[in-house]
Design a protein around this ligand. Structure first.
Ligand code: FAD
Length: 352
């Protein structure tokens, strides 16, 4: 059985390893745009210079899994086409191409490897007293602003977003806002309309100096699925059945950010369980057994607040927020388990 996995982030790498482990006789090929496995959840650290987010992809894959570096242009009837014109046939395909960023002109995106590298170089070159603007009041914006402020106390960091930290509630939200204040991050409830010539223009009409403007919003998914004729939802994510198979082509599983599971959010906490469920569904089908349906099972939303603080708000399995949260050193340790455990689990294809 030929199994091709498109995209080697958390979902694709986990799925490839799990299929190689559980589906007897499967020939697994991973097609990825880069030769590295990028730990996207550490890109804010890559920018601030507090961690390296890339690992050789081959070191993340089980022996026997083949890799092909390239970009898939289109998926057809049991075959796909790469940007260099080569075709690869498949019996089953796992689509795991993640999510995208749509940065405003003049800003640098945090959510891609290329953007994070550009931001890291630009930040390192900024002299003391420079102004850094982070756009986006969600977890990526908060993690980026606090990481940069912690690593570079000599620059002025500003975070601009509507309802900053609304992804948290109660004490967890207050804790995150207090950490931003403690690290000297100016928080503005506003939006950025334009960024050019060292100035950002806010929705409220204010102009502010900005020597580096970071776009910390992740939205949308690659157009590959739609372009290939798979049914997609309003956000462009693949519409799937209860086993994470495309409703257009049952040979294709969609996992991670690009899978249109109602109620799911972009997150490695979505990617690994989906990859596991889809790979196990294929293993059961291949063995002539009924697959088990996938269901959401979130645990927490964990947001780092620089290197010495974090907050982890517990959630119900459907991702609605619980009241309880961890903070300080306990949350920092929890977040470290997320980083290390997710990478380990992805490599070993366990624990999701
Ligand atoms: C700074 C930051 C912090 C984050 N922190 C957290 C966190 O703490 N917890 C959490 O749960 N989530 C977090 N997230 C979100 C999380 O990183 C993503 O939800 C997760 O990476 C999704 O995994 P994925 O495998 O679906 O996609 P990705 O990790 O994005 O991987 C997709 C892969 O597909 C490849 N690809 C794309 N198109 C093609 C193509 N056409 N052909 C070949 N290859 C292709 C890409 O190169 C990439 O390797 C964070 C995100 C950011 C940016």
């Amino acid at each position: 059985m030929k199994v091709v996995v498109v995209g080697a982030g958390y979902a694709g790498t986990f799925a490839a390893n799990r299929v190689a482990k559980k589906v007897k006789g499967a020939e697994v090929t991973v097609v990825n745009a880069r030769p590295e496995f990028v730990e996207r959840i550490r890109l804010h650290q890559q920018i601030a210079g507090t961690a390296a987010a890339a690992t050789p992809l081959t070191s993340m894959l089980r022996a026997g899994v083949r890799t092909r570096i390239g970009t898939v242009e289109k998926i057809g009837d049991g075959t796909l086409t790469l940007d260099d014109g080569e075709s690869i046939d498949f019996d089953h395909l796992f689509l795991a191409v993640g999510s995208t960023v749509r940065p405003l002109a003049g800003t640098v995106p945090v959510g891609t490897w290329e953007g994070a590298e550009q931001a890291r170089t630009a930040l390192a070159a900024l002299p003391a007293g420079s102004a850094v603007t982070v756009v986006g009041g969600g977890p990526t914006g908060i993690e980026t602003a606090t990481e940069v402020a912690d690593a570079r106390p000599d620059v002025q960091v500003r975070l601009i977003g509507s309802s900053v930290a609304a992804c948290l509630s109660g004490g967890a939200r207050r804790r995150a806002l207090a950490a931003l204040r403690r690290l000297g991050v100016e928080v503005l409830d506003d939006g950025v309309e334009e960024a050019a010539g060292g100035v950002v223009r806010l929705r409220s009409g204010r102009d502010l100096p900005s020597d580096l403007t970071l776009w910390a919003i992740v939205e949308g998914v690659p157009e590959l699925a739609a372009r290939s004729g798979l049914e997609v939802d309003a956000e462009g994510r693949v519409v799937v059945d209860e086993y994470l198979r495309s409703v257009t082509d049952g040979r294709i599983f969609a996992v991670g950010d690009c899978a249109g599971v109602p109620g799911s959010r972009f997150g490695c906490q979505t990617a690994a369980p989906q990859a596991r469920a889809a790979a196990d569904a294929l293993a059961r089908l291949a063995g002539g057994r009924e697959p088990e349906p996938y269901s959401l099972r979130y645990v927490a939303r964990c947001v780092s607040l620089g290197r010495k603080d974090a907050v982890a708000q517990f959630t119900h399995p459907d991702d609605s927020l619980k009241d309880g949260h961890l903070k300080g050193g306990t949350a920092v340790a929890f977040k470290r388990i997320v980083y290390v455990g997710t990478k380990y689990g992805t490599r070993k294809a366990v624990g999701a």
